[in-house]
Write a protein that binds this ligand. Structure first.
Ligand SMILES: *[C@@H]1O[C@H](CO)[C@@H](O)[C@H](O)[C@H]1NC(C)=O
Length: 190
């Protein structure tokens, strides 16, 4: 599929990435088909949340990210799409920004970069080449803002891409059903 690897490393890398994305989409479709035909929910039936909470998750992506249970449900969903590293990176950045010690900032920044950003990173997130290089430059003087752009781009990607699919998923729908039949709120599904 990709020849001249030595001559065109960047083009090849982009190719490989495109392939990975396609593979994900394909797997996603299979997963969705499976999910629809299966009577088993993606997560345990014991988890019941209040309907205020579950319905809040579709009010805005921000509300979902602010809810501990919402994050957990969204993370489980992302695993089915093989894109949970985006959320893990976003969470790592949230933690990073709270770091006060200068020396800790530098070591944490390097760890985050190696785990999520650099080429072939074990949990590589889907960000463009330019942002990756700018982030790499930022590491030389790690401030609490050094992942700002990469984090914002990853957030936008999740909000536009995975979040709408999460809201349409059978699993989320089942959670709203369970919540409304067991919760305290009499609010209808709007
Ligand atoms: C690099 O760091 C600055 C702050 O020092 C920040 O404003 C900028 O967004 C960062 N760049 C990226 C690509 O995150």
């Amino acid at each position: 599929m990709c020849r001249g690897l030595a001559a065109l490393p960047f083009a090849c890398f982009e190719r490989a990435k495109e392939f990975k994305t396609r593979l994900r989409l394909l797997l996603h479709k299979t997963e969705l088909g499976h999910e629809l035909s299966s009577s088993k929910p993606l997560w345990g039936t014991k988890m019941r949340y209040s309907s205020e909470e579950v319905l809040g998750w579709k009010q805005s992506f921000d509300q979902l990210l602010k809810s501990k249970n919402g994050l957990s449900a969204f993370h489980t969903f992302l695993k089915t799409e093989f894109s949970e590293e985006n959320l893990e990176f976003w969470l790592a950045c949230e933690d990073y920004k709270k770091t006060r010690s200068k020396s800790k900032l530098a070591s944490k920044a390097n760890r985050i970069f190696e785990k999520f950003i650099q080429n072939e990173a074990p949990r590589e997130v889907n960000i463009d080449h330019e942002t990756r290089e700018l982030t790499r430059k930022n590491l030389t003087s790690a401030t609490s803002a050094c992942f700002d752009e990469a984090q914002a781009k990853t957030r936008t990607l999740m909000e536009k891409d995975s979040y709408p699919r999460f809201l349409k998923s059978t699993s989320y729908w089942k959670m709203t059903e369970q919540a409304s039949s067991h919760g305290t709120s009499k609010q209808s599904h709007t």
